[in-house]
Unconditional design. Structure first.
Length: 163
């Protein structure tokens, strides 16, 4: 099987066959990479996690909402509910496979690039773009209250077209 950058209906149809194949049949394929990635973080590689993980990670670094991933899964003929997509995204985030980026407290994006970086948010397109952490200088961080520590500082720079 060659590596592909998109999850198509034909690959979805063979998902069950890939899941049932022996380890020698999967070495080096993206499906096997997802399985290994899930096992490394202690998640059981269920069919739904495998399929959603393959859709998420096969296209490289990107930002998706639960609704976007749900649409991609439906298009690829992967039978999952929106609730399952939300649960899976949150599970992947808890174990460090994804980063959650909240915009306005009402919209959450999930980022497959979990390295240290920041984001541009393009308002009229509802789209995120990565900013290398070296391009943003964060000044003095506040002292957290007793019993707390700073987990991460996220900078989201909102953009709009010049008028």
């Amino acid at each position: 099987m060659t590596q592909s950058r998109s999850f198509t209906a034909s690959t979805a149809a063979s998902a069950n066959q890939l899941a049932a194949a022996g380890p020698a049949d999967r070495n080096g394929c993206p499906w096997h990479n997802v399985k290994a990635k899930l096992r490394e973080v202690g998640l059981r590689p269920t069919r739904q996690r495998m399929a959603l993980g393959w859709i998420l990670f096969a296209k490289g670094d990107r930002h998706v909402t639960a609704e976007m991933l749900y649409e991609e899964a439906n298009h690829a003929k992967v039978p999952v509910s929106l609730a399952t997509v939300y649960n899976t995204l949150h599970q992947f985030t808890e174990v460090g496979l994804l980063r959650q980026v909240a915009i306005d407290g009402s919209k959450a994006y999930f980022d497959t690039n979990n390295s240290e970086h920041h984001h541009f948010f393009i308002e009229d397109q509802n789209d995120l773009m990565d900013i290398p952490s070296s391009d943003v200088v964060v000044g003095k961080a506040p002292v957290p209250p007793d019993g707390y520590e700073i987990a991460r500082i996220d900078v989201v720079v909102r953009l709009r077209r010049k008028q």
